[in-house]
Design a protein around this ligand. Structure first.
Ligand code: SF4
Ligand code: ZN
Length: 540
């Protein structure tokens, strides 16, 4: 895997590197000299271990200190495993989207996650097992896994491939650390086998506590969401990009904003968490218009996503936008203008109940012809940011037993329903300035009440819906607690009890339903919930 990085590792081990900043600088220099895209530390670590085993290099303790960014990947409480589906045509014709031969549409063969997928020949079983292994090599716990399926429009893939792909993800977790023949048992009765592997995963060592699928708004309808639930999906990444019809049209998105509004409502009514992909700097937009877009995202109840991935538009040679840019008809954002813009959005618009999960995409600098190239934006703006979003407040490893943990609540209208956002944190929620002095967030819960016109399935009728429960901090193994993490000290349970109380007392409902990841079903069973139509249900 990542064979071309052999020389990189050799050079890196020969250098004296004393801290992670110097390592990042050195990493960039070496990659530039070797003409390689910047790899992630996890990639380097994996290859480093392999080369040590093969006796190609000697251990370098300084380098290991820099490489083991032990904190980052599981400080949000789960181990994230991203996998890619194989190349398949996409119904979209978006002008900024690269179309590389034999690559899933919108992905480039030199993106680190894509390189990993290529080396596994897009086999989901191998991708998952290799990623778990790499995370373990980095010193992470991997028993609570969030699977993110990337690769463009998942809904456009044939149903048989969808089922098989997800089945293999579950099988890979259930088998790990053992591996079985990659083609074993997967030809017939895939749906039954998927159910069997899901059942197994409920008590497996490596549990899939969340499954994210990526799709377009115009591919969401009730039938598709039932399909998503059967696969075990709990969160959807929605390619929204813009919420203005003229911009969508200019960029040939192939759907209007009404489709986004409808998809968003349906997703929330079914209990899914929603992560919007938003692209500032699209053709036909401007800094002013992009700013208005972000204001509308959180002032208009039709949008209100739970998470955001902000991907600034970049010009890539393999995309139609390249020709438009070449003809002088498109002007891209610069590093500086994007940095300034993001800082304003974070400090002035972002509410405390959303999580900005990405600020830029992993497109290698060498592939960007025009547009922001900055890859460490979060660090660059950190000192001027008072962003109160979930990601900026997550406690990570900064937890001590002395913390004053207080319950806070925000109610807001959302896609014709009502959202109640509960969290345990150190400071009140709405005071952005105080959030700027770094409130610490320990746990959260999203409770939703659909309106009577909702077309969600019967299992969700006359019920409140828990769309998310999450405890942050260093990931602890299932059933384990310690003094340096708020995981497994009962915060999640307390939030669920609070949600049950609100449901009964304030809304007069006697049923509560949770969109639970397959691997968390056991947890809810202990709290009196029962499995019904892929949801966990309790009469209260
Ligand atoms: S829908 Fe997504 S993958 Fe398809 S063309 Fe548009 S951006 Fe690319
Ligand atoms: Zn933030």
């Amino acid at each position: 895997m990542l064979k071309s990085y052999d020389n990189f590792i050799k050079l890196a081990t020969q250098t004296k590197i004393s801290n992670p900043e110097l390592f990042l600088k050195r990493k960039k220099e070496i990659c530039k000299n070797l003409g390689l895209p910047l790899p992630t530390n996890a990639d380097i670590r994996e290859l480093y271990e392999k080369m040590i085993t093969q006796k190609k290099i000697k251990r370098n303790p300084d380098l290991e200190n820099c490489l083991f960014s032990k904190k980052i990947r599981t400080d949000s409480g789960v181990a994230v495993v991203a996998v890619l589906t194989k190349s398949y045509p996409c119904p979209g014709k978006c002008i900024y989207c690269p179309d590389e031969v034999e690559m899933p549409k919108s992905y480039l063969s030199n993106e680190p996650a894509v390189m990993r997928a290529i080396s596994a020949k897009f086999n989901p079983y191998l991708q998952v097992q290799r990623r778990i292994h790499a995370l373990e090599l980095n010193g992470h716990k991997t028993d609570k896994i969030e699977i993110i399926v990337m690769g463009g429009t998942f809904s456009y893939l044939p149903k048989s491939y969808q089922n098989k792909f997800v089945l293999e993800c579950f099988r890979a977790c259930n088998d790990y650390p053992k591996s079985r023949n990659k083609n074993q048992e997967t030809r017939n009765n895939i749906e039954i086998k998927l159910k069997t592997e899901q059942k197994k995963n409920e008590t497996a060592k490596h549990r899939i506590i969340g499954l994210t699928l990526e799709t377009r708004p115009d591919y969401i309808d009730a039938e598709e969401l039932i399909n998503f639930r059967n696969l075990g999906c709990t969160r959807v990444e929605l390619g929204v990009q813009s919420i203005f019809d003229d911009v969508l049209e200019k960029n040939k998105r192939g759907h209007n904003v009404q489709r986004t509004i409808e998809a968003t409502k349906l997703l929330k009514d079914f209990g899914f968490k929603i992560n919007y992909h938003i692209m500032p700097g699209l053709l036909g937009s401007s800094i002013k218009k992009d700013f208005q877009m972000f204001e509308k995202l959180f002032s208009d109840h039709n949008f209100q996503p739970d998470m955001l991935k902000i991907y600034p538009t970049v010009v890539i040679r393999q995309s139609p936008l390249y020709k438009i840019w070449k003809a002088g008809k498109y002007k891209a954002l610069t590093d500086k203008s994007f940095e300034k813009f993001i800082l304003r959005v974070k400090n002035e618009i972002i509410p405390p109940y959303i999580r900005i999960s990405r600020l830029v995409r992993d497109v290698p600098e060498s592939s960007i012809i025009a547009g922001p190239k900055v890859s460490n934006l979060r660090q660059l703006i950190a000192k001027n940011s008072t962003c109160p979003c979930i990601r900026c407040r997550e406690v990570r490893s900064d937890y001590s037993l002395k913390e004053k943990i207080i319950l806070h609540r925000i109610d807001y209208p959302s896609s014709d329903g009502q959202e109640i956002f509960l969290e345990y944190s150190t400071l009140p929620l709405l005071d952005k300035e105080r959030a700027g002095v770094r409130s610490k967030l320990f746990a959260l819960l999203r409770l939703r009440i659909n309106n009577e016109k909702s077309i969600a399935p019967n299992v969700l009728k006359n019920s409140a819906i828990i769309r998310e429960v999450h405890t942050y901090g260093k990931m602890n193994q299932i059933n384990q607690k310690d003094n340096i993490s708020p995981q497994h000290i009962g915060l999640g349970k307390k939030l669920i009890l609070e949600a049950e109380k609100i449901t009964k007392k304030e809304f007069g409902l006697d049923r509560i339903v949770v969109i639970s990841g397959v691997g968390v079903r056991g947890y809810y069973r202990k709290l009196g919930y029962k499995l019904k139509d892929s949801y966990m249900v309790k009469k209260i």
